[in-house]
Design a protein around this ligand. Sequence first.
Ligand SMILES: Nc1ncnc2c1ncn2[C@@H]1O[C@H](COP(=O)(O)OP(=O)(O)OP(=O)(O)O)[C@@H](O)[C@H]1O
Length: 235
Amino acid sequence: MSSQKVLNAIIVCGPSGVGKGTLLKRLFDNFGSRFAYSVSHTTRAPRAGEQDGREYHFAKREDVIKMRDNNEFLELCEVHGNFYGTSIAAVKAVQEANKTCVIEIDVQGAEKVKQLSAPTHGDATGIQAAYLFITAPQEELEKRIRGRGQDNDEMLQKRLATAEKEFAFLEAHPNFFDAVIVNDDLDASYGRLVDAISAEFVKHSIPPLYAARPTATRNAVHLNKIQIKKHNFYL
Ligand SMILES: Nc1ncnc2c1ncn2[C@@H]1O[C@H](COP(=O)(O)OP(=O)(O)OP(=O)(O)O)[C@@H](O)[C@H]1O
């Protein structure tokens, strides 16, 4: 297989509350055999019932630090004294199982993944990915985050401030993403997600999710971009 054909992952970005989790849950419910999340590394101890390589790759701190210094992580963070991270190898393991890895990540993380995929890094270290941005009207965001009922006002304001930065990134880098999907009406938006992913699959010679509708795909994605520009929908 040539390197152009490889697709290691679908990267999904978008501010808190736009509905990434909701859309991806539906995608996994409908196409569970085609997608998987990668298994993260952690330095925390396994809990009862957790199995190494299933819930997490349980690793020693010094090994994670070595991997970090070796640029083997797409993302790594430390929470309450423990590391949690997504390794490039874990993403590629999903592909080896003949599935496409879905990675939900913020725009800074997505930029890093793209940098790692630059030709100078070569295929061995990089992740070849399709980049999707999920968006929604800003007034909807606040409503949805409140509706979810998980956050106090301070957290809500933090999420909205981060959202503004993510929207600003999208505005400043309109070509960074392969598709921008407006999550307004859930059923229609889910259709756009399926079409956008199918379009990426077709580009990489992977069967689309619905073989019967490959040509609708590009139109839908293209239309989204036009709608966004025309109505400045996300601000
Ligand atoms: N198209 C939609 N119309 C109305 N409500 C929606 C729509 N999509 C999602 N929601 C609701 O909005 C809320 C936020 O959705 P969700 O948790 O999927 O967002 P998210 O982008 O994954 O957020 P986070 O990044 O914070 O996890 C949920 O309560 C969900 O049911």
